[in-house]
Design a protein around this ligand. Structure first.
Ligand code: FMN
Length: 149
């Protein structure tokens, strides 16, 4: 028997959770491994707070995605784009922590670009807002998944 330390799901959209999108709920409900960390993304503090209420009931750890570089995500201001607006990032974190019934963690990148390295600033904000752990993808958004910078 294999014992897993922690299972993580693929990020789900906070807006999709708010719209009660059934496909999104299926993504969350098909996982029955424990302990499980579920990840949400979004840049509207209100929808992130609402999603936190719902998703935190289904998991052991609630993770916020501020690392995704995908164009379709960042064009809405979500994922790694939040690293360019730390006040908004703080507001998002605050709503999630306030509304989650489980410990909240945060996934970040180093920053948006080499001209915008903010991992220390965002980590300080996260700590102040009650985030329990930070997961750092040690690239900028500009670097996507490249092996060299
Ligand atoms: C196809 C794909 C999907 C990913 N989905 C997620 C995700 O939903 N949430 C997340 O935090 N990271 C996601 N990642 C990022 C990885 O978790 C990881 O941070 C990244 O690949 C860096 O690891 P590496 O240096 O080993 O490549 C994804 C990466 C890839 C390539």
């Amino acid at each position: 028997m294999e014992i897993l330390g922690l299972v993580c799901n693929e990020m789900v959209s906070s807006k999709a959770i708010c719209y009660e999108d059934q496909k999104t709920f299926e993504m969350l409900k098909t996982i029955d491994e424990k302990p499980i960390s579920m990840q949400i993304f979004g840049s509207e503090p209100e929808s992130m707070g609402k999603a936190a209420v719902v998703v935190s009931k289904l998991c052991d750890i609630l993770d916020i995605n501020m690392g995704c570089p995908a164009p379709k995500v960042v064009k809405n201001g979500d994922g790694s784009k939040l690293l360019t607006d730390l006040d908004l990032a703080r507001a998002v974190i605050r709503e999630v922590v306030k509304n989650s019934s489980k410990p909240v963690t945060l996934k970040i990148r180093k920053g948006w670009s080499n001209e915008n390295i903010v991992h220390k600033e965002i980590s300080k904000i996260a700590e102040e807002e009650g985030v329990k752990a930070i997961i750092v993808h040690g690239r900028t958004r500009q670097e996507f998944y490249s092996r060299t910078s």
